[in-house]
Design a protein around this ligand. Sequence first.
Ligand code: HEM
Length: 231
Amino acid sequence: MVWLRRTFDSTVGMKWLMGITGLFLTLFVFVHMLGNLQVYLGPDALNTYAETLQHLGELLWVARVGLFTIFVVHIVSAIRLSQLNRSARPQGYAVITPQVSRYASRTMLMGGLIVLGFVVYHLMHFTLGLVSPEQFHLQDAKGRHDVYAMVVIGFRQPLIAFSYILAMVPLMLHLQHGASSFFQSLGLNYPKYNNLFRAVGPVLSAIIFIGNCSIPLAILAGLVPYPVAGH
Ligand code: HEM
């Protein structure tokens, strides 16, 4: 366990942990967005996708516990890293610390906490059905959990639709900076590819922002057909 102690006490170790866990979380957000975009293919496509995930059984729980652990490690390493950075800086050094990087890391911490707040709300909404229980228990014609109806009916409510769109802004900013600094954290510095590394964050976060926002916006605009009433 000496290596764990060393990792926990070193800035480089914490940056690695944050980078790797951030990569997995970004992959999850991207794949989740691709899954959700199936709302445009209609009720059968989205509900079949949701049912397939549910039928993974124990494997789904392994994935959930894995995702949760990665999320916790990401948050803990972010907090630990900011502690290490603060304790490594003697008073006078603060004056010459680039304001931009301090501003960025503070913004990352704040933005990350807002994203955490969104995830808690989102789980209460679509996974636990605590926000609108009546929409959560709908079933489609094949007797499956009607995820399509739950999403479409949910986002027909402007307040809910706009709260999701608003939450995508801090997520986008967080991914934008996080994805680009991932390469720095891992010490990947190749002059030939640095411009490419710098572009990954903005491009990926823009794709995720547009993909995710398109869903509540399209539903609000009436572009996604209203579901046939479930039972
Ligand atoms: C407009 C954007 C989004 C839509 C429409 C959406 C939709 C959904 C739906 C319908 C579920 C429940 C799936 C089911 O019960 O079968 C779900 C679960 C979930 N979503 Fe999202 N989501 C969105 C954005 C996000 C974002 C940005 C994150 C993370 C930052 C996220 C994280 C999760 C997690 C962790 C779950 C629980 C997965 C599980 O069942 O274990 N979602 N989402």
